[in-house]
Ligand binder design. Structure first.
Ligand code: PPS
Ligand code: ADP
Length: 284
């Protein structure tokens, strides 16, 4: 007999007279013996016993307001993903909705794409600061920073950039599932790679922000001197110089609009926040 699990997921909140249901597991051998209908188990104190055929010990338990019911659904979700075989999805009784309730916000990914020097990191920090001061939890995944750890094994050739973006997309998805507003600031030069990240998230939860700054301006900023090195041929395959950048065709926000004066990072952050407010991300 495994220890009872106290259930307190949403929809199960009990009124004052209804105690929280508890679910426990009893492991029985298969096939069940002939006398299994009675089972010889004492079931009292409003306890209910439901039989399910569990093919995995990681059976999902579901409780309703009438007491404990162990569902036979989703008992086994064996999968083969990539090179991993025989893997089973484990569900938790605390889900995204609970975390969002706790944080009073909705998890999502703000994906900032653009050339080096276009202001991605600056916007990410301004946004993080502005949301922090509103009591909202964010986390920045900056290309430069992630390449110091998780992605330190990746170069800037096309397939490594694709893998860089895939991993960042997967991590961003986890942060969004945790209920955070995840801000990814990465060049992500290929449309296909960005679109693949979009498909990882529920519809509407991937907000692509394009830093629409011409190469000439990015190059004139050149805060790290990388354009200079690229022009001198000392860096090969530099985005915008001798490596491609594919601008988004249909993204959620374009900053700054072409032809206008450049907004300050704080003004840009406010534009993104207005979008988040309008779409309801800043409340649970
Ligand atoms: N060849 C080449 N091309 C582009 N950028 C280069 C390159 N080599 C180094 N850097 C530095 O790496 C930062 C970009 O990393 P990302 O992970 O965002 O790039 S990518 O999305 O995988 O294309 C980028 O940071 P940002 O300037 O903040 O964009 C550069 O500082
Ligand atoms: N909105 C802006 N207006 C003027 N300069 C900016 C703006 N945003 C960023 N910058 C400047 O541009 C340079 C590149 O910004 P950064 O955020 O590092 O770009 P990226 O992360 O895209 O490489 C920095 O020197 C930064 O101060």
């Amino acid at each position: 007999v495994r220890p009872a699990i106290s259930c307190s997921s949403s929809g199960l909140e009990s009124g004052p007279s209804v105690p929280l249901p508890k679910v426990g597991f009893v492991k029985l051998p298969l096939p069940l013996p002939a006398q299994s209908s009675s089972l010889g188990l004492h079931v009292g104190n409003n306890a209910r016993l439901s039989l399910v055929q569990a093919t995995e010990e990681s059976a999902v338990s579901v409780a309703n307001d009438r007491g404990a019911v162990i569902s036979g659904q989703n008992l086994r979700q064996m999968a083969t993903n990539g090179k991993a075989t025989n893997i089973v999805w484990h569900k938790s009784s605390v889900g995204k909705l609970h975390r969002q309730e706790l944080l009073q916000q909705k998890g999502c990914v703000i994906w900032i794409t653009g050339l080096s020097g276009s202001g991605k990191s600056t916007l990410a920090c301004a946004l993080c600061q502005a949301l922090y001061s509103r009591g909202k939890l964010t986390y920045i995944l900056d290309g430069d920073n992630v390449r110091h750890g998780l992605n330190r094994d990746l170069s800037f050739k096309a397939e490594d950039r694709a893998e860089n973006i895939r991993r960042i997309g997967e991590v961003a998805k986890l942060f969004a599932d945790a209920g955070l507003i995840c801000i990814a600031s990465v060049i992500s030069p290929y449309r296909r790679d960005r679109d693949a990240c979009r498909t990882l998230l529920p519809e509407g939860d991937f907000i692509e922000v394009f830093m629409d700054v011409p190469l000439q301006i990015c190059e004139s900023r050149d805060p790290k001197g990388l354009y200079k090195l690229a022009r001198a041929g000392k860096i090969k395959g530099f985005t915008g110089i001798d490596d491609p950048y594919e601008p988004p065709l249909n993204c959620e926000l374009v900053l700054p609009q072409k032809g206008n004066n450049y907004a300050s990072p704080c003004e840009m952050a406010e534009t993104v926040i207005s979008f988040l407010e309008e779409k309801g991300f800043l409340q649970a």
